[in-house]
Design a protein around this ligand. Structure first.
Ligand code: ZN
Length: 422
């Protein structure tokens, strides 16, 4: 074996796991001991997880703390982003993206889906810059690019042309933002146009959907209907879905079965939307978070994204998907053992479904894309800010932590953690 990992615990069963890696793939998985490979890691009881996934991000405007959003509203954030869009150079985007990707990889994120603005101001310039970023980092992270027509499509023939061109210029998916159109009819037109482009390119669709506190907007329903009509089940993702928090029960119950039938993936960008939504909704404040538990219970695939890092939309972020999942667990009231496991799976197995990753996990034959960190349960994984001891991609060690914690023997800490069963 090229590399073996010993004395780890399994991320699903919490039982011992030892694995052997050959040619970048997992070749052996065993609860008992295995022969030591050419290189070996003693995990000393740390958890072994498949690497994390960031399913919704914006590289081109990441790491911009200099652009301050005074009102804190989404409207002002979009205005600032639109004003500076044509001043962003490829070099600047590379510099900022490098900072974001460095943080992501240090935190064990080895896949990302990026939404890149493609519109009459950005033209294809931002896309070209992000394609160059993808190329530079292709040996350390897989990036899918969504062509994101930020100004809408219904009344924007130039944006429509540009999205068609983007699919030949390196974009993998068709994006959208139907609630930025004038009304629901125009939103339906945008969705129709996006499907035309996606179908012609055999591409998946990932849209910013109903990112507003206004319950008038329920373009998620239109998206689900069009998905079913186009036989695109499982290939469409709706991100944000903030208005769902403002819909009345009747509207939610009408739309929910359509989401299930369309097999729409929902991506909540909880940390960002907690900060940026609800600014103008009055009291009680709306928080802009979709009904995660109700969606999961109905069988909808829900994942979570960091979305923004230190910019006009959001001054925080750390590219740590465990931290993002922790926000979801808190906001969506996910506190039972099963619910916490679901939250832990959101930036992992559930996001893998969104990105269409085959063979994600710790099985023989899977690519060895792995993270080791000291946790002994799903709750433990989410509650602590665990250092990533190792990040491994295709069998190659990308990150290794050498830091050693030293405690004085005078500290009466003889019990490190409680043993858990099951
Ligand atoms: Zn976004």
């Amino acid at each position: 074996m090229d590399l073996t990992i010993h004395n780890a615990i399994n991320d699903k069963t919490w039982r011992p796991i030892n694995i052997g890696i050959n040619n970048g793939k997992i070749a052996v998985v065993d609860e008992g001991s295995i022969p030591v490979g050419a290189r070996s890691i003693d995990a000393e009881g740390a958890m072994l997880s498949p690497a994390f996934i960031e399913p919704h991000f914006h590289l081109e405007n990441s790491v911009m703390p200099e652009y301050v959003n005074k009102s804190g509203t989404l409207g002002e954030a979009i205005r600032i982003a639109e004003q500076i869009k044509d001043q962003l150079t490829a070099e600047d985007i590379m510099r900022r993206s490098t900072i974001a990707l460095r943080e992501a990889i240090l935190n064990g994120v080895l896949w990302m889906r990026d939404h890149t603005d493609v519109d009459e101001v950005a033209k294809l310039d931002l896309l070209d810059a992000v394609v160059a970023v993808r190329e530079k980092f292709k040996h350390v992270i897989d990036i899918q690019i969504v062509a994101f027509p930020q100004f809408g499509l219904a009344d924007n023939p130039e944006s429509v042309d540009l999205v068609w061109q983007a699919m030949d210029a390196g974009a993998d998916l068709v994006g959208g933002v139907p609630h930025r159109e004038k009304d629901m009819d125009k939103a339906a037109r945008q969705i129709e146009l996006a499907f035309e482009i996606a179908l012609a390119n055999n591409a998946d669709i990932d849209m910013h959907v109903d990112e507003t506190d206004d319950p008038y907007w329920h373009t998620l329903e239109l998206l689900a209907e069009k998905t079913i009509e186009s036989d695109y089940q499982g290939r469409v993702t709706a991100a944000h879905c903030c208005a769902m928090a403002a819909w009345d029960e009747k509207l939610f119950q009408r739309i929910l079965p359509k989401l299930v039938e369309a097999q729409i993936n929902i991506c909540t960008n909880t940390p960002v939307n907690l900060v940026i939504q609800g600014r103008e909704s009055g009291h009680p404040t709306r928080r802009g978070i979709p009904r995660v538990k109700d969606l999961l219970e109905a069988g909808v695939n829900v994942t979570c994204g960091q979305d923004d890092l230190q910019n006009m939309f959001y001054p925080f972020g750390n590219m740590d998907m465990l931290s993002v999942a922790n926000f979801v667990a808190h906001t969506a009231h996910m506190s039972s053992e099963q619910e916490i496991k679901e939250a832990f799976d959101m930036p992992r197995y559930r996001a893998a479904k969104v990105l269409g990753l085959d063979g994600y996990g710790l099985a023989v034959g899977a690519e060895a894309n792995l993270v080791l960190f000291r946790a002994n349960s799903a709750a433990d994984a989410l509650r602590k800010h665990h250092e990533r001891l190792y990040v491994i991609r295709k069998g190659e060690i990308l990150v290794q932590s050498e830091r050693k914690l030293t405690l004085s023997p005078a500290l009466p800490f003889e019990y490190e953690h409680l043993e858990i069963s099951g």
